[in-house]
Design a protein around this ligand. Structure first.
Ligand code: 4AD
Ligand code: MG
Length: 465
């Protein structure tokens, strides 16, 4: 096992003269007269560790196996480096090959590969500079999110992955049957879900919000951070069938407090990742988005614009733009509209509130106008919707009526008995939101396809690895 002081990242910080062991995978191997130059990495650093191996230190047949992708360990001495980018390098005294990577077949040779090609190589792309940077940022972002909420006294709650209710009332859920579907198909009978594993139909959760609301009615401020699943057939660069969502839920919280928290949350994440991952962000900026640093600083320094849905539609209507999808009060905004508002009108994140109730989920608090709900979407340049949330309907009779009105859309009153109970026993006004973890990562890394910020993307027709 690699000890903390022996990661490539740590070795690069240590001083000439120290004896060290470096372990990892060969990035490149170049021969010069009587010397072999090897670049080594173990995933911990955006800078490779240079190894200098003099001819004769190891047998020639070992040298031949030091190819790109091979796994090796090297014992040696740190010496001052003449090269650019690092202060020290390892002068090798002994070298062991753990796993070879035949140069003729190893797909990740030194040349630059397209992101599409790397996606087909999900088992190896983790060793490329790009994905090493992306997944280090992903790691740092997860830590930053926990830190943000823990510093504010929020309770971290694990909500179930298997669920019997549709948290969004949108009907795009993956089913979890254990019944003999093949046998049923042959018999021509329809499935009897009372005989299924849970005695009823169950699904993979689309959101942990409803269960988070239970916890908010006991711990006041809580958050979830877990996988969620959507069986929408959306083959876009911004949609996954399996993604991670962070959902804070706060008792004694209205829509204004909710917006304040969302803004502080996004800013804190960007600040913390800038602190933790400077070299990775510079790498990503260089190869994928020269404007990256500007965009990130822009978010930290901006005061988010706050407008209503009605104002947004008016802006879109007078934009003179030729949108693919028409804009009309009552119709949901598309990504092109969200990007117009954030990239052209305001050039910063925009929080849109007060959406028509017919295009939003059943749990959102009804506004006095009878037509809109206390919803909020946070839109960001390049990404569009990054956060969706609302103040929740805490009035028992209003919520019950809303669920009944939605029966035609498949909402089953009996599935929500416990959700309604929260409004009967110690209810309070409360609010929360959900942030798509991968949407935020797209923002932070400059990656344009959501498949490139999650280790193993699940999208329609694709569940490899
Ligand atoms: O707007 P959504 O559907 O809201 C909810 O699920 C609420 N229950 C959240 C809450 O109030 N607690 O999803 C929230 C966010 C979106 O803004 C988006 O960032 C992300 O989740 N998201 C997706 N990310 C990737 N792929 C998908 N298919 C996504 N669907 C939503
Ligand atoms: Mg949404």
């Amino acid at each position: 096992m690699i000890q903390p002081d022996s990661y490539v990242r740590s070795l690069l910080q240590r001083s000439p003269g120290e004896r060290v062991t470096a372990r990892g995978w060969v990035k490149t191997h170049r021969d010069s007269k009587n010397v072999h130059f090897i670049q080594l990495n173990d995933g911990s650093s955006s800078v490779d560790l240079p190894i200098v191996l003099d001819a004769g230190v190891v047998p020639e047949d070992t040298v031949a196996k030091i190819t790109t992708g091979a796994c090796i360990s090297v014992e040696g001495e740190l010496v001052a480096s003449m090269g650019k980018g690092q202060a020290v390098e390892v002068k090798a005294l002994a070298l062991t090959i753990h796993g070879t990577a035949d140069a003729e077949h190893y797909p990740l040779q030194k040349k630059k590969h397209t992101l599409e090609t790397l996606r087909e190589l999900g088992h190896l792309r983790t060793r490329s500079n790009t994905f090493a940077a992306v997944f280090r940022v992903r790691n740092a972002l997860a830590v930053a999110i926990h830190k943000f909420f823990q510093d504010r006294g929020f309770l971290y709650v694990h909500t179930p992955v298997i669920s019997a209710s549709d948290a969004e009332g949108a009907g795009s859920m993956f089913q979890v049957p254990t019944l003999d579907l093949e046998g049923l198909g042959k018999s021509g009978k329809s499935p009897d879900f009372t005989q299924d594993f849970f005695g009823k139909r169950t699904y993979l959760t689309v959101s942990g919000q409803l269960e988070a609301e239970i916890f908010a009615h006991a711990f006041a401020n809580v958050y979830t951070f877990g996988p969620t699943f959507r069986a929408e057939n959306s083959n876009t660069p911004r949609h996954l069938a399996e993604f991670y969502m962070i959902e804070p839920e706060m008792a004694f919280c209205d829509l204004n407090d909710n917006q304040d928290l969302a803004e502080a949350f996004l800013k804190s994440q960007v600040e913390q990742v800038i602190d933790a991952c400077g070299p990775d962000l510079d790498f990503l900026a260089k190869w994928y988005d020269p404007e990256l640093r500007k965009t990130l600083d822009g978010l930290v320094n901006a005061s988010f614009e706050r407008i209503t849905y009605t104002e947004a539609i008016a802006l879109l209507n007078k934009s003179g733009k030729n949108f693919e999808f028409p804009t009309e009060w009552g119709v949901d905004m598309q990504s092109e509209h969200e990007r117009y508002l954030t990239e052209e009108v305001y050039r910063k994140p925009v929080i849109v509130t007060g959406y028509p109730k017919d295009i939003k989920a059943f749990y959102m608090r009804g506004n006095d106008d009878g037509m809109t709900v206390a919803a909020m979407d946070v839109l960001a340049p390049r990404i569009g919707e990054i956060i969706g949330g609302s103040q929740r309907e805490e009035r028992h009779d209003v919520l019950l009526q809303r669920i009944r009105d939605m029966a035609a859309h498949g909402l089953k009153e009996e599935a929500y008995w416990w959700y309604l109970d929260l409004r009967r026993f110690g209810g309070v006004h409360h609010a929360g939101f959900g942030m798509g973890f991968e949407r935020m990562l797209m923002y932070l890394t400059g990656m344009k396809n959501i498949r490139d910020v999650i280790p193993f993307p699940r999208t329609p027709g694709n569940a490899e690895f």
